[in-house]
Design a protein around this ligand. Structure first.
Ligand code: CTP
Length: 479
């Protein structure tokens, strides 16, 4: 079996796959296998080898813009008129709609109106030679991403719950291997009837999703209660949730502070001391935290990168300026210090450009910069509940990183080898080890070594790790 190579996915899908795989502690490739396995196991028909000459038809899109397609079964009830609006609501969400009208539905809406709105032929008959020649009910059941029944009458639900297939709508529902969304509509007494309750319970066990019914006045004069079909806009939103499940956002409600990039320490107005940090790792962490739903403040030294979307970015030059902005961002729930902060600055930085003189080279006096990570880790009042540092080392990686973790007082350290041969500085890949306090066998520090990954993958994995640790041990909220 060929290995999986997944390219040309849009960013949303990639982010979803990265987060989902990191949360489940699987590689992206393994996660895709799981998704495919789930999809295949969810099929009702047996798996048979594909004939090359007869490929399984995928949902056919008649519009190049459509992203999903729905088979909408309109049952017979006064609420059928709302289905005309539903067609419009689905189409404005770029969902293609093919409609099936039961015999009773045609008493309330005409195939002509439905066809005009859906821009598609409307299906009404199980024994329509034109469509059954092509196994029409099977195609309507499977040639779509979702089946909606609106209004779902008590009778249609009873047929579904009991596996009847004596008309086109029930035959489609019995042949379906797609998700089904029901929008019930009926008189409150019918909805409350023990038979309907049994059918609803059975259909729920069968994996059918319900939207509504709502409570309110009924079409019948003087009747009120639960039984009104949900509004078209509610049904369309429920369909969208089923068709496009949201990306997991485990950090919603959390405030995350990240430092990134190098700092520039002036020698004079035109010269500075710097290092080779590109800021890519810190920026990737900011993007991953934002994708996970966090409110993110990124304090960045000078870099050649675009600000990540949806992130508040504070641009700074020097270590002291970075510390100011970090302190201004507090309180936060999680602080991640990925910046390669210059350890020293020039004490006697010139106000004017230093000139070459016959007196020789200007003496540069260095003084130590504040250690931002240590300052924040050792704060009494505003220390973030989870503080993560980085350890950029060129030798004795793990030993130096362990010493740094203890010295700086943070909770975790991400250690990476930044020797020139690794190409980490400025490159796109990183090999890291996550060291965490108080939970490991190795002394009191656990070391988790990750395989070589892109910086985006490291970022996603780190954020997933943060999310898992919050799930295991919720943080005290930042105050
Ligand atoms: N750090 C910081 N402020 C500094 C120096 C470092 O916040 N003035 C943070 C970095 O962002 C990183 C961690 O401390 O999270 C370790 O940085 P690193 O450069 O690896 O270590 P140093 O403290 O500079 O120690 P050394 O240069 O001796 O390895």
């Amino acid at each position: 079996m060929a290995s999986l190579t997944i390219r040309k996915l849009d960013e949303g899908v990639k982010t979803y796959l990265r987060l989902r795989s990191a949360m489940n502690r699987r590689s992206v490739e393994e996660e895709v296998r799981v998704i495919l396995r789930e999809l295949i196991e969810g099929r009702e028909e047996p798996l048979t080898p594909f004939e090359p000459s007869a490929p399984t038809p995928s949902p056919q899109r008649t519009s190049a813009l459509a992203e999903a397609s729905v088979t909408l079964i309109i049952g017979g009830g006064i609420a059928a008129y709302k289905s005309l609006d539903l067609i419009r609501r689905l189409k404005e969400r770029r969902i293609e709609v093919r409609c099936v009208l039961t015999k009773a539905a045609q008493q309330f809406v005409t195939p002509l109106a439905v066809s005009a709105l859906s821009h598609e032929r409307v299906y009404t008959d199980l024994f329509d030679p034109q469509s059954e020649f092509d196994a029409g009910h099977i195609r309507l059941a499977r040639d779509c991403d979702l089946i909606i029944v609106a209004p779902a009458t008590a009778d249609l639900m009873a047929k579904m719950a009991n596996g009847h297939a004596d008309d086109l709508a029930s035959a489609i529902l019995l042949a379906a291997n797609r998700k089904i969304l029901l929008a019930p509509a009926m008189n409150p007494l019918m909805w409350g009837n023990a038979a309907t309750r049994r059918n609803v319970a059975q259909l729920t066990r069968d994996g059918v999703t319900f939207i509504g019914p709502n409570s309110g006045e009924m079409a019948e004069a003087g009747e009120a209660g639960t039984g009104r079909m949900s509004e078209a806009i509610e049904i369309a939103a429920a369909a969208e949730r089923l068709l496009r499940p949201p990306v997991p956002r485990p950090l919603v409600g959390k405030r995350v502070l990240i430092t990134a990039g190098p700092t520039h320490e002036p020698i004079d107005p035109v010269r500075y001391i710097a290092n080779r940090s590109s800021g890519k790792q810190g920026f990737a962490i900011a993007a991953a935290a934002q994708a996970a739903g966090a409110e993110v403040i990124l304090v960045s030294g000078p870099v050649d990168l675009d600000d990540p979307a949806g992130v508040t970015v504070r641009h700074v030059e020097s270590a002291r300026h970075m510390l100011e902005q970090v302190e201004a961002a507090l309180p936060v729930d999680i602080a991640i210090f990925a910046a390669a902060v210059a350890d020293w600055r020039v004490a006697n930085a010139g106000e004017q450009k230093l000139k070459k003189t016959s007196a020789g080279m200007p003496p540069l006096q260095l003084v130590e910069n504040p250690d931002i990570l240590t300052t924040i880790s050792k704060m009494k009042d505003k220390r973030p509940p989870l503080v993560i540092g980085f350890a950029a080392e060129t030798e004795h990686l793990i030993d130096n990183a362990k010493a740094k973790l203890k010295r700086k007082g943070c909770d975790w350290i991400v250690a990476n080898d930044v020797s020139p041969a690794t190409g980490v500085m400025g490159g796109d890949r990183n090999t890291v080890h996550l060291l965490s306090k108080n939970s490991g066998k190795d002394g009191d520090i656990a070391v988790d070594s990750w395989p070589v990954m892109t910086k985006e993958q490291v970022a996603t994995e780190l954020i997933a790790h943060v999310a898992r640790s919050l799930a295991d041990k919720p943080l005290e909220p930042a105050t």
